[in-house]
Design a protein around this ligand. Structure first.
Ligand SMILES: Nc1ncnc2c1ncn2[C@@H]1O[C@H](COP(=O)(O)OP(=O)(O)O)[C@@H](O)[C@H]1O
Ligand SMILES: [Mg+2]
Length: 589
């Protein structure tokens, strides 16, 4: 395999350099550790003959904005790469370059001719009008277009000689792609993904969200592609389906390249992290937590590099030790530990990412009585039961995650508690010493006026001075001129950061959050996560981010159409609890 020539110094992003004499020995163990071309040569890829996807000096700009500059990267077979990068850094664009959907300005993408790339579609509504089985077959583009053209010709009333020849040609291609088996293959895949036969001829729009995702996955898997590309596959999925997808990918043998903002997901499935930063992509072995730890170390220790070297190694060792305590990662940690003696750390380029800071203070502590909820009932306009005789009492400093298969039910409960919606029956009462602040899932009604960020946030503050207001915007990374932006022009993620500034500023002792991590990048999610873990007050929240729920909540309340489950335990304990499992079966019947 031809490898790119070594690049000049500016292409160096080495996080950990192996001593060269050891490099080859470790190459197979590590897989592709790091894809600086200098390194690639040192490693001498051993997987020759196996399928490999690579790019050669990809450059892409949109107008004046350069997204990628000379990106040469190789994705080795069998690995799972988590593609990460700030909002707008080009993750989706890079996947589109790999799949051939868009052409780079310069450079090439290569993979062997008999390799096939499949894409897991992000838009769950794209195939709404299409039958399930057909949606799966569409995953094999060539085969599907043959089928379409063939069917069109057969549907003609008159049939020319030309048509006859064309059809003969198409039939031969159809056979070549094993077209006669397509339907039974697709059906087999679907059944394997627990989509029962009864659904195979239904239209996609008749399926639940979780079923659709599995059909789209079957579509991506149809014809056994060598490489699957996924752009934020966990968006809009409930945690159970995400867990299912995680397990599926752990067992999947071929190459996966996945964009995600879900840390639990990235940590569980990724063998490598591909980080888009400074218009380049750097590869690291290990999962997201490992990458984050290493890059934060780099950030805090970038000055005085030599002096800090020892500490850095110690910290990495400690991190690796922590890693190895986790059984699922023990194998990775062991191989890393073996390497540690042989490595020197050098030239860690700190990430250009900026980490927001979330700190929630209570202006006064609440007394013991926080919230009493008694027999709340709520039915949606379409007759779906959302809440059924929901009853609970919240004590001081409890951090409660509301979960449930129906997201609307959870949102509805938080809206009722925030006073934005009424229940059909039942009542609730906040303790007199409590103050609540609510973060809605849909914040659009907060952002309709023609005012700038400072004036917007000032509305919610007793202290009106500009400096005070700017302080809270600054924590969420709005500074300088940005604070003068009109709020109507903000992106989804920026609006969420504004809402978080507001949550911090008001210093309530009860915080209600409905899906706060939507639209946020990994840095902001981590910052918010840490802020809420540290908060001394009470939190009532919902989130589909597994790690978020696991690290914040000490109590889980699940709302179902037939009642509720209320457990003082962590989310992982909740998911593993047999009694809970049985209860859930009953309550969702
Ligand atoms: N077709 C396009 N024309 C111009 N700009 C685009 C186009 N597609 C994406 N962009 C811009 O390129 C940047 C990267 O977009 P994208 O790949 O979607 O980012 P990410 O997925 O990392 O959030 C963004 O600033 C986006 O606005
Ligand atoms: Mg994207």
């Amino acid at each position: 395999m031809a490898l790119a020539k070594p690049q000049s110094g500016k292409h160096k992003y080495a996080i950990i350099h192996l001593l060269t004499e050891q490099a080859n020995n470790y190459a197979s163990q590590l897989g592709a550790y790091f894809f600086n071309p200098d390194f690639a040569i040192g490693f001498g890829f051993k997987q020759k003959g196996l399928a490999m996807l690579s790019t050669e000096k990809i450059t892409l700009s949109f107008g004046k904005r350069i997204l990628f500059e000379d990106v040469s990267i190789k994705f080795a077979p069998g690995n799972c790469y988590g593609l990460i990068g700030a909002n707008g850094s080009g993750k989706s664009t890079f996947l589109k370059i790999l799949s051939g959907e868009i052409e780079p300005t310069k450079g090439t993408v290569s993979f062997s001719p008999n390799e096939r790339i499949a894409v897991l579609k992000q838009n769950h509504f794209e195939f709404d009008e299409c039958p399930v089985l057909r949606t799966v077959i569409m995953g094999h583009k060539q085969l599907y277009s043959i089928m379409q053209e063939r069917d069109e010709i057969y549907a003609k009333e008159t049939f020319s000689d030309e048509d006859g020849m064309r059809v003969a040609h198409l039939e031969s291609d159809f056979g070549h792609f094993n077209g006669w088996e397509a339907e039974s293959e697709a059906a087999k895949l679907l059944s394997g993904l627990e989509i029962p036969e009864a659904l195979h001829e239904k239209k996609m729009k008749e399926l639940t969200g979780s079923e659709k995702v599995r059909v789209l996955l079957a579509q991506a898997l149809f014809g056994n592609p060598d490489i699957i590309l996924m752009d934020e596959p966990t968006n809009n999925l409930d945690i159970e389906t995400i867990n299912w997808l995680e397990d599926f990918l752990l067992d999947f043998k071929n190459t996966v390249i996945v964009v995600s903002h879900d840390r639990h997901f990235l940590d569980k499935v990724c063998t490598h992290v591909a980080d888009i930063d400074y218009n380049h992509i750097a590869l690291f072995t290990g999962n997201y937590s490992f990458w984050r730890e290493a890059s934060q170390l780099a950030l805090t220790q970038k000055s005085d590099y030599n002096k800090k070297m020892e500490t850095k190694i110690e910290e990495l060792k400690a991190f690796i030790a922590r890693f190895s305590a986790n059984a699922s990662k023990a194998k990775q940690a062991t191989s890393r530990r073996n390497l540690l003696d042989k490595i020197t750390l050098e030239d860690i380029k700190p990430s250009s990412r900026r980490y927001p800071y979330a700190f929630f203070k209570q202006s006064r502590e609440a007394g013991n009585d926080m919230l009493m909820v008694d027999s709340l009932n709520k039915t949606a306009a379409d007759g779906t039961v959302l809440l059924k005789d929901l009853t609970f009492t919240i004590k001081k400093s409890e951090k409660v995650a509301f979960v449930g298969r129906n997201r609307i039910a959870v949102s509805s409960l938080l809206q009722i508690l925030a006073g934005e919606e009424e229940s059909d029956s039942g009542e609730f009462k906040w303790g007199i010493t409590t103050t609540q602040e609510y973060f809605p899932k849909d914040n659009s009604k907060y952002f309709t006026e023609q005012i700038n960020l400072v004036d917007w946030l000032r509305q919610f503050s007793k202290e009106k001075s500009e400096n005070f207001i700017r302080g809270f915007l600054g924590k969420m990374l709005f500074s300088g001129e940005e604070t003068q932006k009109m709020i109507v022009h903000l992106s989804g993620g920026e609006k969420v950061r504004c809402m978080l500034s507001k949550m911090m500023l008001t210093e309530a002792n009860v915080l209600l959050f409905d899906e706060p991590t939507n639209h946020l990048d990994l840095e902001s999610i981590s910052a918010l996560n840490e802020g809420l873990e540290a908060f001394a007050g009470t939190i009532l929240f919902s989130s589909h981010d597994h790690q978020f729920v696991q690290t914040i909540a000490n109590r889980i309340i699940e709302v179902t159409p037939n009642g509720f489950i209320d457990k003082l335990m962590t989310y992982d304990e909740y998911l593993a609890d047999e009694r809970v499992k049985n209860l859930r079966e009953e309550l969702y019947k």
